[in-house]
Design a protein around this ligand. Structure first.
Ligand code: ZN
Length: 326
C-alpha cells in the first residue's frame, strides 16, 4: 500500500508542475490554505473566518514525526495560496517532499504564502552538537510548541501577518478577528493558570519529548523519557534505569500521546505501579478536542486528574439547568 502510494506521489510530482499552474487568485476569492496540523486549521479559521478554506495534513491520532504524505495532500498544496506549518523540523518527514512535488513556489519557504508559526518563538532543548546517534527528530530544539499554553497567542499573530500579506484588502478584518481571539483566550488562560499553579514540582515521566513546553511553563518536574532520545525507541537497559529512577523519586505518573501508548509504557507502569495518562498531542485525536482551546482544556484536566488535583466545578450550560418549579 505504501509502495503504491509512493508511486502515485512520484507520478503526481512529475505531472503537477506542468498541469497545475495555479490560477491567480481573483479579489474576493477565498484563500486556499493547507495547514500541517489540525491545531493550525482551528487557528487559521479563527483569523480567516469566511475568507479562508483550510485543510489539514496530519490527523489527531498520528505521531507527528511519522505523518504519511498522500496524493491528496500534494494536490491540495499545488492549488494552495498558503501553507501554514509549525516549523522547528516538526514537519520534516513529509513537507519537503510534498513541496518539491507540488509545483507551487508560492508555498515554498520564502514564498509569499509560506507561514511558519514558530518564527519568533524561543525553542527549548536546542542541541549543542547535532549527531545522528543522539536522535535526529528534534534537530532545531523541541518542535512541539503547539502544546505550550502560550502557543495559541503566538500562532494567531503569525497567521494574521501571513494572511494579511496575501490579501491586504482583508487585513483589517483579519486583525479584528485575531484581536477577538486573543480576548477569547483570556478566560481559558485563567482556568489553565489556576490548575497550573498546582502542577509546580509534580513529577512525571513521558514517552516522547512532547510535553516539555507545557512542563517548563508550569514548573512540572520531568523525571525521564522512555525513548532513549527523540525517535530512538527504549532499550531494556534504559527502561531499567527509568524504573529505578521512578521508584527512587516516587514518580507515579507516565504521560503518553495516543500514538505512544505502547507495550514499553505498559511494562514500566506495571513495574512501578504508576498511572498512565493519555494526553492529546494535537487537536482531534481525543473526543472534545476539536479546537485548540478545547484541546488545552483536556490536556490540563487529564493531567490534573492524574495528580489528584480537584477540577473546579464547571457552570452548567443554560439548557441543562433544571427548570424552576413554582
Ligand atoms: Zn518530537
Amino acid at each position: 500500500m505504501r509502495l503504491l502510494q509512493r508511486l502515485i506521489l512520484l507520478l503526481l510530482a512529475i505531472v503537477l508542475p506542468w498541469a497545475s499552474a495555479r490560477a491567480e487568485r481573483s479579489p474576493g476569492d477565498k484563500l486556499k490554505v493547507v495547514a500541517t496540523i489540525p491545531d493550525l486549521v482551528d487557528l487559521v479559521r479563527e483569523v480567516g473566518g469566511e475568507r479562508v478554506e483550510v485543510s489539514t495534513i496530519a490527523r489527531g491520532k498520528e505521531n507527528l514525526h511519522n505523518v504519511i504524505a498522500r496524493p491528496s495532500h500534494l494536490v491540495a498544496l499545488s492549488k494552495a495560496d498558503a501553507l501554514v506549518q509549525i516549523g522547528l523540523s516538526l514537519e520534516t518527514a513529509y513537507i519537503p517532499g510534498l513541496l518539491e512535488g507540488c509545483g507551487n513556489p508560492q508555498v515554498w519557504p520564502g514564498g509569499k504564502g509560506f507561514i511558519n508559526c514558530s518564527d519568533g518563538w524561543e525553542a527549548i532543548q536546542v542541541p549543542v552538537v547535532l549527531s545522528r546517534q543522539g536522535g535526529d527528530l528534534h534537530p532545531q530544539g523541541n518542535p512541539h510548541m503547539n502544546l505550550d499554553p502560550r502557543a495559541g497567542r503566538h500562532c494567531v499573530k503569525r497567521i494574521c501577518d501571513g494572511l494579511s500579506k496575501l490579501a491586504p484588502e482583508w487585513q483589517a478584518e483579519f486583525e479584528a478577528r485575531r484581536d477577538a481571539y486573543l480576548a477569547k483566550l483570556e478566560a481559558p488562560e485563567k482556568r489553565w493558570a489556576a490548575l497550573g499553579e498546582q502542577f509546580k514540582g509534580r513529577k512525571f515521566v513521558e514517552y516522547h519529548q512532547e510535553y516539555n513546553y507545557f512542563a517548563q511553563h508550569y514548573g512540572l518536574a520531568l523525571v525521564a523519557n522512555l525513548e532513549v532520545k527523540p525517535g530512538i525507541p527504549p532499550t531494556p537497559n534504559h527502561l531499567a534505569e527509568v524504573i529505578e529512577k521512578m521508584k527512587a523519586e516516587q514518580c507515579d505518573v507516565i504521560v503518553t500521546a495516543l500514538w505512544s501508548k505502547n507495550d514499553f509504557v505498559q511494562r514500566v507502569a506495571e513495574a512501578t505501579g504508576a498511572k498512565v495518562v493519555e494526553l492529546p498531542n494535537m487537536c482531534g485525536g481525543i473526543a472534545g478536542t476539536d479546537t485548540w482551546i478545547e484541546m488545552m482544556d483536556v490536556l490540563h484536566e487529564r493531567l490534573a486528574k492524574a495528580f489528584g488535583i480537584p477540577l473546579p466545578e464547571k457552570p452548567a450550560p443554560e439548557a441543562q439547568k433544571p427548570t424552576q418549579k413554582p
